[in-house]
Design a protein around this ligand. Structure first.
Ligand code: I6G
Length: 674
């Protein structure tokens, strides 16, 4: 039997874990799934636990955090950490270039541009390649010692790579929290009735300033370097250009933004700003502008500094994404599943390029957390495509005549009771289909594109039909006649005929779409498709127990219970039966030898717009080849189909190293099986 030498195994593990981090954070090319990284980390920790004398300061096990501190000590920066001047228009950028040229007497200089991350500036000191000290910016002269916390950030190397780095080098950059980590933390906080972070910057700051570094370790922080501070060169000359220095940092294993670009002149800087602004919502992290720097270090020295900012750099800021306005009122909306959502009605305000007059207040806990009252001045925030949020109430400017927000005790639509189950943040109307709002939402969902896709049946028409008592359930749609429709306002013969034809055409569907269209809680497209593939018939799904339902991919205990109870309710069964009586049908799913299908065992995800076949068709084709089609990207995803305007899923897939196919790629891929 061969015995593994712990020293040798420890070296191998350290090397592997450092390489995996480097591939992920610096080369943007992950090679192993998280589970494998975690397994190797546990093995390393176990060897270090049994052989404490082998543990070194640069061990990747430092990433998990250590003993909590009583307080942070202070660190005086070796060189002040400056701030940046801002520009808010092309004219201000033009002034920046003009002043710079006047000052340096140089023209035709190259600039270096990169996104301005909305995080926290930190200074990292490496001595002989080892991360020795890390500090916050503080007031620019004195910061806090956050070495233990920074060591938990996987993007930051504990040891520089190669052997040509300076003996002492201070690296400066931004610690930030990617949206994926931010959303996860906030979703968990809200679900547990805890305080959510207002934005990724606050979340990054709160996570970095934790006395217990284990908390920092759990927060998914990341880092990009943007400059050097003090450098003691020894025999390693740093590049005489900023861009070149960033490439050197990258070579030593320090992550640098992949968006860094050298440009020739003012027009290029403005074009760069526009390009990044256009792609802002595709980035995996929050930015608030771009930073432009004179690329030549000699030129920078000539330009010098004014007050606390360099004359050779400027932040060209994006239009504000936060604005102040007044909370006029709060309405309570009832969703398809009875969820009651407070919606803030606001004095219209222009934020980040659009006029906002509504914002979500999520739930009762959130209203209490914000301590907001009707009539208050509030700060509104809009980030990417996220629904506008109220960040805070401006209590200092509270008028005398504000009113408390009263959460209703009965449904504002149907007066049924409202219940809030234990452990849930959401309150719900228990009225089911008795509730007009739920009826409307259920029918809108039923006729939506991914469900029955009924052309000409828009939200307004559904509301009209329900308000006129012409339909109560989705199955009533199929009893509509030309005479009924013609009694509606703004309904002509042609329009009525078109709608009736669309209803007729929609009768031929698939079992997956049928299940999805029923609007069962937590049963999205992917789950509906998995259920159809697994059970093959509706009768088998109806007969399945909760435990049998959990045998289906993606179906956990909660989803199984929602399904089970939905399919036991007599009024739901009545709707299903009348739909089938109205002629809804789907083709029989054949019992194929599933193990013989080419994509069996694979998990695919589809995102973005697919112009040729549409997402539903793509999904059916991929499922028919044996793959599971899931709704979210994880390390287990085999392939991401990324159509046009693919957003966060594509970013995540890239981060995780998941393979991707664009629409053309998918079409050629599927062609081989036709
Ligand atoms: O606060 C900053 C953010 C980004 C910076 C900065 C930066 O470069 C991309 N660069 C400098 C030189 C300074 N602050 C002082």
């Amino acid at each position: 039997m061969s015995t593994v030498n712990p020293r040798q195994r420890l070296d191998v593990l350290c090397q592997l874990l450092n390489d995996y981090n480097h591939q992920y954070y610096v080369l943007d090319n992950p090679t192993v799934p998280d589970v494998e990284y975690d397994r190797l980390m546990r093995e390393l920790q176990s060897i270090e636990h049994d052989n404490p004398e082998l543990k070194v300061a640069t061990s990747p096990s430092q990433r998990v955090g250590g003993e909590a501190l009583a307080s942070f000590s202070q660190i005086t920066h070796l060189k002040p950490m400056l701030s940046l001047d801002n520009a808010f228009s092309d004219d201000e950028m033009q002034n920046f270039v003009r002043r710079l040229e006047e000052r340096t007497g140089r023209s035709n200089d190259v600039f270096c541009c990169e996104p301005k991350l909305d995080g926290l500036a930190v200074s990292l000191l490496y001595v002989d390649g080892v991360l020795t000290r890390a500090a916050t910016r503080g007031d620019g002269l004195v910061g806090e010692d956050i070495t233990q916390n920074v060591k938990t950030i996987k993007a930051i190397p504990l040891q520089l790579r190669g052997d040509d780095f300076p003996q002492r080098i201070e690296i400066r950059g931004e610690v930030f929290m990617p949206f994926a980590a931010f959303n996860g933390i906030n979703e968990r906080a809200i679900a547990h009735g805890e305080k959510a972070f207002a934005n990724p910057r606050n979340a990054a700051a709160g996570s970095l300033r934790q006395l217990d570094s284990k908390i920092t370790a759990s927060r998914g922080l990341s880092f990009y370097a943007y400059s050097t501070g003090v450098v003691e060169l020894e025999n390693t000359p740093m590049s005489d250009h900023h861009y070149g220095q960033l490439q050197q940092l990258k070579g030593w294993g320090v992550p640098v933004s992949p968006e860094v670009k050298q440009v020739k002149n003012l027009a290029d800087m403005i074009a760069y700003y526009q390009d990044i602004l256009n792609r802002r919502s595709e980035l995996a992290y929050e930015i608030d502008g771009v930073v432009n720097k004179l690329d030549s270090i000699q030129g920078q020295d000539k330009a010098g500094f004014v007050a606390k900012a360099p004359r050779w750099a400027i932040a060209y800021k994006f239009p504000a994404q936060e604005e102040m306005t007044t909370l006029l009122d709060v309405d309570f909306q009832v969703g398809r599943t009875g969820s009651i959502t407070p919606v803030a009605r606001l004095e219209p305000v222009f934020v980040g390029g659009v006029t906002v007059s509504n914002a979500t207040l999520h739930n009762k806990d959130e209203i209490e957390r914000l301590g907001v009252k009707i009539g208050d001045k509030v700060i509104i925030r809009r980030a990417g495509d996220v629904i506008p949020q109220i960040v805070s109430a401006v209590v200092a400017q509270r008028p005398n005549d504000t009113r408390d927000i009263e959460f209703p005790s009965t449904c504002p639509e149907c007066d049924s009771a409202i219940e809030r189950l234990e452990g849930e943040a959401v309150a719900r109307c228990i009225g089911g289909l008795v509730c007009g709002a739920q009826r409307k939402e259920a029918i809108k969902h039923f006729s939506s594109r991914k469900a029955f896709d009924i052309d000409g049946l828009g939200d307004k028409l559904v509301e009209q039909l329900v308000d006129e008592d012409m339909i109560n359930t989705p199955s009533d749609l199929f009893s509509l006649t030309q005479e009924h429709l013609l009694t509606l306002e703004r309904m002509g013969e042609k329009k009525a005929q078109k709608l009736l034809s669309a209803l007729e055409a929609s009768k031929s569907t698939t079992l997956a779409k049928f299940i999805y269209s029923l609007g069962i809680r937590e049963v999205g497209e992917a789950t509906a498709s998995n259920l159809a593939q697994f059970f093959k018939t509706l009768d088998k799904i109806k007969a399945a127990s909760v435990s049998r339902l959990t045998d289906v991919d993606d179906v956990g205990e909660i989803v199984a219970k929602h399904l089970y109870y939905f399919l036991k309710q007599p009024h739901n069964l009545a709707v299903i039966n009348s739909l089938i009586e109205a002629g809804i049908h789907w083709s029989v799913i054949e019992e194929k030898d599933a193990s013989a299908l080419p994509l069996v065992g694979q998990t695919w995800v589809i995102t973005g717009t697919l112009h040729t076949m549409g997402r539903s068709e793509a999904k059916e084709k991929i499922s028919a080849l044996g793959a599971k089609v899931a709704g979210s990207v994880s390390a287990k995803t085999t392939m991401l189909v990324a159509g046009e305007k693919a957003g966060s899923k594509l970013t995540k897939a890239t981060e995780l190293g998941v393979k991707t196919l664009d629409e053309d790629g998918l079409i050629s891929f599927l062609a081989q099986f036709e």
